[in-house]
Design a protein around this ligand. Structure first.
Ligand code: FAD
Length: 472
């Protein structure tokens, strides 16, 4: 039955839920969204995590789908590359791509979420209910139990289908797990590291205290600090550090003196920009980082998990939100094909999408090591330099792993992972074995072309080996 008058219940009005509500509203469904928090447009609530995010091409596909690309662009600060800070305060800018038009953006979580909520609410068929927490979902009867934080009452809502976009701690996922009504697989893996947000405030004229157009990284092997710019001249800084390992860790940074000592020793140039460090450090929470994988994402045509509730990942590829927005795009395409048959839509969406979200989950873990450690490694830097030159001179032929994942939104994460990992392996092996002679003449196109061919051949061989060993 094709019937847009059907009632869709969405749990969670975060980034994924508000985009999904907007899209389903545009399609004419009756949409009710229940969010446990207060309306972030009216209350000054911290999102509880990452004030700003890296927004890139896959996320932008979602904005194009709902016609919001222009409005979202106004919220964006382009970041062309990583600015690496060594212990002596020396900086080194490493572009994300050799193609000039490829960059990522820093965007405010609250600003973007508010825009999506505003746009969703423009549709009279979309209603968003705040301060209503979902406690559990009866997925066999397609009903959800809520607690109203204002009246303290509990109530049950039913719908033609329920889609949970309620993040990493999803109530629907918990109901699947506890319900034991079908074979539901679930894993949650935490890193030994947690994170804490800090701030570089604007200078006295409201300007940026350090270079605006980059994602700043202070890589220190076992830990790191990163900073992304905000529109008001500040930077949101994130410290990624082990809870209990190493000389300095979250469990033993317990006094202002020790926190200052740690930053003086490891991040002296960052400390200079952060007179507010100690206050931020003790006011802001330390939070864990984990990967959630589960399957299936749906129960028949009744209920579906989407966004972080289905596939929370660690933030090191800057792709969690982008992947969640891409979920909505992929879901919409399947909906277009099979509208009216929820079971078929949910089955096909989960089946095609899961291999890609599993891939970005694994890539994000790889990038944790790359960012805190490898980016400062000379072999890695040589590899990046070669890749930049190849992307610059052969823009239609060569795409690094980072470009495949971040800027090639028409191929899936899994394909990007397989090709990108094989390329990385090929280049690193060849550099190690001196099959690529460095230094080479970057202006000599023939020499670069030979390098490109060698890399392509070696990549093919790696892909072939992986296939034979069934590693792909
Ligand atoms: P969420 O954003 O978590 O939204 C879930 C919503 O559901 C929330 O509003 C919540 O209040 C509500 N909710 C939860 N439980 C209930 C309930 N029981 N009942 C009702 N409502 C409920 N991604 C990027 O793409 N780029 C980045 O640079 C990036 N950086 C990150 C940095 C950090 C430190 C972290 C932790 C994550 C980062 N991410 C990044 C990932 C990104 O934040 C998530 O992937 C994204 O927020 C997922 O959106 P979502 O809507 O699925 O979940």
């Amino acid at each position: 039955m094709k019937n847009n008058q059907q009632n869709i219940l969405i749990i969670g009005a975060g980034l994924c839920g508000s985009l999904l509500a907007l899209r389903m509203g545009q399609r004419g469904y009756n949409v009710n969204v229940y969010e446990m928090r207060a309306d972030l447009r009216k209350t000054d609530i911290s999102a509880g995590r990452s004030i700003n995010l890296a927004f890139s091409d896959r996320g932008n596909k979602g904005m194009k789908l709902v016609g919001l690309e222009k409005k979202v662009k106004e919220l964006c600060i382009p970041m062309n590359g990583r600015m690496l800070h060594d212990k002596d305060g020396k900086t080194y800018l490493s572009n994300y791509s050799g193609r000039e038009h490829e960059f990522i953006n820093s965007i405010s979580r609250g600003g973007l979420n508010a825009l999506l909520l505003d746009e969703a609410e423009k549709h009279p068929n979309v209603k968003i209910h705040f301060n209503k927490k979902c406690k559990s979902v009866d997925f066999e009867n397609t009903t959800a139990l809520f607690k109203d934080y204002e009246s303290k009452d509990e109530f049950v809502e039913d719908a033609d289908c329920i889609i949970a976009t309620d993040g990493a701690g999803s109530a629907l996922r918990k109901s699947y797990y506890l319900g034991k009504k079908f074979l539901f697989s679930f894993s949650q893996n935490f890193l030994t590291h947690g994170y804490k947000e800090l701030t570089i405030l604007p200078d006295e004229n409201g300007g940026y205290k350090t270079y605006k157009s980059a994602l700043h990284i202070w890589p220190r092997g076992e830990f790191m600090v990163i900073a992304l710019p905000n529109l008001d001249g500040s930077f949101t800084v994130t410290l990624f550090l082990s809870y209990d390992e190493g000389e300095y860790n979250f469990n033993n940074l317990t006094t202002p003196e020790r926190v200052t000592e740690f930053f003086k020793k490891e991040f002296p140039d960052a400390l200079e920009l952060m007179p507010n460090l100690v206050d931020d450090f003790f006011e802001n929470p330390t939070a864990p980082l984990g990967t959630v994988k589960c399957s299936p994402w749906h129960y028949k045509g009744n209920t579906l998990l989407m966004g972080d509730s289905a596939h929370a990942i660690v933030p090191f590829y800057g792709q969690g939100m982008n992947a969640s927005f891409e979920d909505v795009v992929e879901f919409d395409a399947v909906l277009e094909k099979h509208e009216g048959d929820w079971e078929r839509i949910f089955t096909e969406f989960s089946k095609t999408r899961k291999k890609d979200t599993d891939a970005i989950a694994d890539l994000a873990i790889d990038n944790f090591h790359e960012m805190k450690d490898h980016v400062a490694n000379p072999l890695f830097q040589k590899k990046r330099k070669i890749e930049m030159a190849l992307e610059n001179h052969f823009p239609n032929t060569y795409f690094s792993k980072y470009s495949l994942v971040t800027f090639n939104e028409d191929i899936g994460y899994r394909e990007a992972m397989l090709q990108g990992r094989a390329q990385d392996k090929a280049i690193l092996n060849m550099l190690f074995d001196r099959d690529i002679n460095t230094p080479y003449d970057e202006s000599n196109i023939d020499e670069l072309h030979q390098i490109l061919e060698k890399i392509q051949n070696e990549t093919k061989a790696v892909l072939e080996d992986n296939k034979n060993a069934r590693l792909d």
